[in-house]
Design a protein around this ligand. Structure first.
Ligand code: CP
Length: 329
């Protein structure tokens, strides 16, 4: 059980127990808090599957409204946050994209308005700095990063929960990320290194983690975890427990798509690469460009756990919301 949850979770919902007011990055959590979120998520998943009456989280967000402010498209993140908030007893508002934060009015003014109406805001946006500005302007709000150009921490929570389900204790295991050293790779690496996992990153020249990010990742590694970069995908995947890839062209970089298809072609995850990995599971955050970063055979093959990841977006975000906002009235 998480260290700061009630001893009897069915008797009462846990109260807020994270030090951080916001969740803009995985590194806003301590390794222990990250473990608490994952344990809470696993508990909520079990209770939901068992259809337990009076589930522990059912009133955790009672009386609270949460705004979903999305400046980019989404299927998984939007749906799972809506369901998560409602299942925890809260209510959701979904302002439309014509809020045009920073254009129609300053980011800080949007934040100060929402602060008067809601307790939390889940934001999908462009530069991470937009989230930082928003959070600084409305300190009583809980701001959650639902993807920025730099990080995708909610995806990482779901990925780590999924890895725990399939591998058990993650300490000493290795995940290889093959492709672009993007926002998904960054957040995955942050969380995995905090939990003692080794991380391999295989990218073309110029698509590695920025040196400052690599330094931050290495500094955050615990329990002997290491980060190693590779130029060749085959070298990166040999003997790992999980192979992870993502679209070669992230949202907002569509103009580079043609060039990226050429550069990333040797990094496709196909049956030959999975065979080189051995007994690894295959992961993808979705949406995928099937036939580009991964083939249908791998996406739909026996090693694929991509839809477990998608399901776990719901449970992981419920765990986060419960510990970040639960019990706040
Ligand atoms: N993985 C992910 O964030 O999916 P969406 O873009 O559909 O939300």
């Amino acid at each position: 059980m998480p260290t700061r949850l009630s001893r009897s979770p069915r008797a009462s919902a846990p109260t807020r127990s994270l030090r951080t007011q916001h969740f803009l990055s995985v590194v806003d959590l301590t390794p222990s808090e990250l473990g608490d979120v994952l344990t809470t998520a696993a508990m909520l998943k079990k209770e939901r599957r068992a259809r337990v009456a009076g589930r522990p989280g059912a009133s955790a967000l009672q009386g609270q409204h949460v705004a979903l402010l999305f400046e980019k498209p989404s299927l998984r993140t939007r749906c799972t946050f809506e369901i998560a908030i409602r299942e925890l007893g809260g209510d959701v508002i979904t302002p439309s994209q014509d809020v045009a934060m920073g254009e129609r009015e300053p980011i800080a003014d949007v934040a100060r308005n929402l602060e008067r109406w809601v307790s939390g805001v889940v934001i999908r946006t462009f530069e991470q700095d937009r989230l930082v500005q928003f959070a600084a302007a409305a300190p009583s709000l809980h701001v959650i990063n639902a993807l920025s150009d730099e990080e995708h921490p909610c995806q990482a929570l779901a990925d780590l929960l999924t890895l725990q389900e399939h591998l058990g204790d993650l300490r000493g295991r290795t995940v290889a990320f093959v492709g672009d050293g993007n926002n998904v790779a960054t957040s995955l690496a942050q969380g995995a290194l905090m939990l003692g996992m080794h991380v391999h990153l295989a990218t073309p020249d110029g698509y590695e983690f920025r040196p400052d990010i690599e330094a931050q990742l290495t500094a955050g590694a615990r329990l002997g975890a290491t980060l190693t970069t590779f130029r060749h995908a085959r070298d990166a995947v040999r003997g790992v427990a999980a192979v992870y890839t993502d679209a070669w062209t992230s949202m907002g970089r569509e103009a580079e798509a043609q060039q990226r298809r050429k550069v990333f072609a040797p990094y496709q995850v196909n049956e030959a690469l999975m065979a080189a990995a051995g007994d690894a599971v295959f992961m993808h955050c979705l949406p995928a460009h099937r036939g580009e970063e991964a083939t249908d055979e791998v996406m739909d093959g026996p090693a694929s756990i991509i839809f477990d990841q998608a399901e776990n977006r719901l449970h992981a975000q419920k765990g986060l919301l419960m510990l970040l906002m639960g019990g706040r009235q």
